[in-house]
Design a protein around this ligand. Structure first.
Ligand SMILES: [Zn+2]
Length: 389
C-alpha cells in the first residue's frame, strides 16, 4: 500500500468551463498559444474564445499554429525560439493531444539551451537532466484521447531517425487544464473513436501494468466503465453532451492513470508504427494491434483476474475469463465502426514487421518493463503478424 502520488494540475471540468479561464490566476502576462496547422480550432471559434479569455485576464498572446498530428521536433524548436524572442511567460496548448504535447515540449525548450533530443531518453536521445524549469503550461483540450491535460507526458517524433519518443517529468504537468466537453462536439465520429480507444488503452495498460496500485486502479476502472458506457454514443451522435462528458471524463481519468501508473509496450509498438507512417493516427495504430496484443496476455493466464475486471468494467458483467475482455474490446470496436483498420493500406509490408518490433524496443523499450508478462521480440513480431490485414 506504499505509494507516492503527485498530480499538481488544477482541472476545470464541465460544459462551458472555458468561459471561466479568465477568472483563473495566470502565470504571467504574455502567452504563446500552441495549436495545430489544421483548421478546426479556428473554424469552430475555439481559438478566438481562448484569445478573448486571455485578453479578459490581461494577458497578451502570440499564436504558433504549425503542429502536426504527430508533432515533430523541428516545430518544438521553432516554437521555443518564438518564446525566447518574444519574452513569452507561459504556453497554452489548445487542441488535441498533439497541440498540448507540443506545448509542453516547447515550454521545456523555451527555458533551456541545446536541442530537445538532448533531454529525451531512448533511441538517439542523450537523456541529460533539464537544467531550468519549463515555462508554465495551460492545457485546453478539444478532444478526448491522450489524457495529456492531466499527465506530464509529451510525445514527439524526430523525423530524420524515425524515432517517436515520450518525455515528461514532474515539471511538465500543466498547471491548469480546461476540459470542456462542449468543445468536443465537433470532433468527427471516426476521430472520436480513435481518441476514445487511446483513452481506453491508457487505462487498460495502466491497470495491467506492474506499477498499478490502488489509486491508479481507481482511475482506470472508472475510465474503462465510462468508455464502455458512452464511447459508441459519442461516436454515433457527436452532439450528445452526456456521452461527450462521459468520454471527456474518462480521458482525463486516463491521464491520471498515466500519471500514477504507466503505459505498457502496446504504446511502444503503436509509436513505432506511427514513427514510420505519420498518417497512422495514434489511436488507430493502437486499435490495429489491440486484439492480438490483449489475446497474447490472455493466453499467458498470468493476468486473468485483472482482465476479467476490465471486461466487467467495459460492460461485460458476466465476464469469467481473460478472453472475455478481448471479446468486449472487439465488440466495442465493431459498434464504433473501427474494426476495419488495415496496416497494408498505410503501406506497411508483412515481411517488414520486425522493423517495427526493433524500433519499438530501441525507442520506447522502457515501457516493456511494466508489461504483466515480459514480451520477447519474437512475441512482438507475432502480435504484429496476427494484427496484419
Ligand atoms: Zn496514447
Amino acid at each position: 500500500m506504499d505509494f507516492n502520488y503527485y498530480i499538481p494540475t488544477r482541472i476545470l471540468f464541465g460544459k462551458g468551463s472555458l468561459n471561466d479561464l479568465h477568472k483563473q490566476e495566470m502565470p504571467g502576462k504574455k502567452a504563446l498559444i500552441v495549436t495545430t496547422g489544421g483548421t478546426s480550432v479556428k473554424k469552430y471559434g475555439y481559438l478566438e474564445k481562448v484569445q478573448k479569455q486571455l485578453e479578459k485576464a490581461g494577458v497578451s498572446h502570440l499564436l504558433f499554429d504549425k503542429i502536426l498530428p504527430n508533432p515533430i521536433k523541428d516545430h518544438v524548436m521553432e516554437g521555443a525560439a518564438v518564446c525566447k524572442e518574444n519574452g513569452i511567460d507561459f504556453v497554452v496548448g489548445l487542441g488535441g493531444g498533439s497541440s498540448i504535447d507540443a506545448a509542453k515540449a516547447i515550454a521545456v525548450m523555451a527555458a533551456n539551451d541545446g536541442d530537445y533530443w538532448d533531454y529525451v531518453s531512448g533511441g538517439s536521445g542523450k537523456g541529460l537532466p533539464v537544467p531550468n524549469n519549463p515555462l508554465p503550461i495551460i492545457a485546453i483540450t478539444t478532444t478526448a484521447g491522450t489524457g495529456t491535460e492531466a499527465d506530464p507526458w509529451t510525445v514527439t517524433t524526430k523525423t530524420e531517425t524515425n524515432e517517436k519518443i515520450g518525455f515528461g517529468y514532474d515539471k511538465t504537468f500543466p498547471m491548469l487544464a480546461i476540459v470542456d466537453p462542449e468543445l468536443m462536439t465537433t470532433v468527427p465520429s471516426r476521430l472520436t473513436a480513435y481518441q476514445g480507444f487511446d483513452a481506453l488503452f491508457h487505462s487498460t495498460e495502466g491497470y495491467l501494468n506492474n506499477t498499478a496500485y490502488v489509486m491508479s486502479d481507481m482511475f482506470a476502472l472508472k475510465a474503462i466503465e465510462l468508455i464502455g458506457k458512452s464511447l459508441h454514443k459519442a461516436v454515433a451522435e457527436g452532439d450528445n453532451m452526456d456521452a461527450r462528458a462521459d468520454v471527456a471524463l474518462a480521458n482525463t481519468l486516463a491521464g491520471m492513470v498515466e500519471s500514477t501508473s504507466s503505459c505498457t509496450s502496446e504504446h511502444s509498438i503503436a509509436h513505432a508504427i506511427s514513427a514510420y507512417h505519420p498518417d497512422f493516427v495514434h489511436g488507430e495504430a493502437l486499435i490495429a494491434i489491440s486484439k492480438a496484443y490483449y489475446s497474447h496476455f490472455a493466453n499467458t493466464n498470468q493476468c486473468e483476474e485483472r482482465m476479467v475486471q476490465m471486461a466487467k468494467a467495459l460492460g461485460k458483467s458476466d465476464a469469467k475469463t481473460a478472453m472475455d475482455f478481448v471479446d468486449a474490446l472487439t465488440e466495442l470496436q465493431k459498434i464504433c465502426g473501427v474494426d476495419d483498420i488495415k496496416m497494408s493500406s498505410h503501406g506497411m509490408k508483412k515481411e517488414e514487421l520486425k522493423k517495427y518490433a526493433d524500433n519499438a524496443r530501441a525507442t520506447m523499450g522502457g515501457l516493456y518493463a511494466g508489461d504483466p508478462v515480459q514480451l520477447s521480440d519474437a512475441d512482438v513480431v507475432k502480435i504484429l503478424e496476427d494484427s496484419y490485414k
